[in-house]
Design a protein around this ligand. Structure first.
Ligand SMILES: Nc1ncnc2c1ncn2[C@@H]1O[C@H](COP(=O)(O)OP(=O)(O)O)[C@@H](O)[C@H]1O
Ligand SMILES: N[C@@H](CCOP(=O)(O)O)C(=O)O
Length: 316
């Protein structure tokens, strides 16, 4: 299970007191998640999630806090950092940066249908619309430069089928980088997978885990999202799910001609990003009691994205 820092009741009670949310009733480590330690915290004043930030760009925590405030103000169903009576959002517990956020209702959906995908597409468009006029700048630490830096060495551990697939994709990224980064920009969730969305029935009730959020091309965020929500076990795109997601997104934010042209490339880049990060995690956490996602899932998806028969709904 992925709780890296266990907590004792007295230290948690002392941490929670300045929020003024009443007595601690119960708390429990959350097994899902792979980056941070998360706890469900039940207080007299309501239900919350406590996150101890274990790794990643700690100096960027003020960015995440500000972005979630913007999205919360735009009425998106996202968590946001609660403030203590003194106005502190970012605090420390057990030697780790710590945030207390409202617990959002709902459950993860493992087998999405077209309705779920449409909800996710619309939410992503709203996220982009809420930020594109005043983008909060943050370069992704897993962006195109990172792929070009890390990819060649990781390719060396691959077999003869996987190696050319990754090598060709890296070549494409190098060639297209400037055009891709010039696409219309906003803030991106950059990790809107099924395990980062909560549904109350068929209603999308929460989007969580913004620790990959950054600024960048909106199309890339869409590709990341669609690759996870609309792929079958062989990595093929399910056209019914994909059309639902794209249609709902495009109804709120129509695509540009440049986006329509780079769509197949965006889908491939989004595969490379998670293939590489999963290979790195599999190497780093091998044999440990940490949730490791299978890298080969993205090898299969990339193989299936060599030819993309799903154009963006783009009106000339
Ligand atoms: N604000 C929240 N409301 C409800 N559940 C949450 C919230 N934040 C996290 N969770 C639960 O905790 C799990 C792990 O959170 P996540 O942010 O994905 O962790 P990690 O950063 O370690 O990947 C999620 O799958 C979800 O079930
Ligand atoms: N959703 C991702 C995990 C998050 O990416 P990371 O680069 O922050 O580890 C996946 O399923 O691989």
């Amino acid at each position: 299970m992925s709780v890296f820092t266990p907590l004792e009741r007295p230290e948690l009670e002392a941490f929670l007191a300045p929020y003024g949310l009443g007595r601690l009733k119960d708390f429990q480590g959350i097994a899902e998640g792979s980056e941070n330690s998360n706890f469900f915290v039940s207080l007299e004043g309501g239900e919350y999630v406590l996150t101890l930030v274990e790794r990643g760009p700690v100096h960027d925590l003020p960015f995440f806090i500000e972005l979630l405030d913007v999205l919360h103000d735009a009425d998106l169903p996202v968590p946001f950092a609660l403030r203590t009576g003194d106005g502190d959002a970012l605090r420390e517990l057990a030697g780790k940066p710590a945030l207390l956020q409202p617990r959002l209702p709902g459950k993860h959906v493992h087998q999405p249908n077209a309705h779920h995908c449409a909800e996710v597409g619309a939410l992503l468009a709203r996220l982009h619309l809420a930020t594109r006029d005043q983008v909060l700048e943050r370069k992704s630490d897993r962006g195109l430069d990172w792929m070009l830096d890390e990819g060649p060495a990781l390719a060396l551990q691959l077999d003869q089928t996987a190696l050319p697939l990754l090598r060709d994709a890296l070549k494409e990224i190098g060639a297209v980088k400037a055009r891709f980064l010039a696409l219309p920009r906003a803030n991106l969730h950059a990790d809107l997978f099924k395990d980062n969305a909560l549904f109350d029935g068929t209603h999308l009730s929460g989007v969580i885990d913004f620790y990959n959020a950054c600024s960048g091309p909106m199309l890339y965020d869409l590709a990341i999202c669609l690759n996870d929500w609309c792929s079958d076990a062989d990595g093929r795109l399910d056209s019914q799910l994909a059309r639902a997601l794209l249609g709902a997104y495009a109804a709120l934010r129509p695509f540009t001609a440049a986006e329509a042209e780079l769509w197949p490339t965006a889908l491939r880049i989004a595969c490379v990003r998670f293939w590489l990060s999963r290979l790195i995690a599999a190497n780093a956490f091998a044999g440990q009691d940490v949730l490791i996602h299978d890298p080969s899932v993205f090898q299969r998806r990339l193989a299936q994205r060599q030819k993309v028969e799903l154009p963006l709904p783009f009106a000339l």
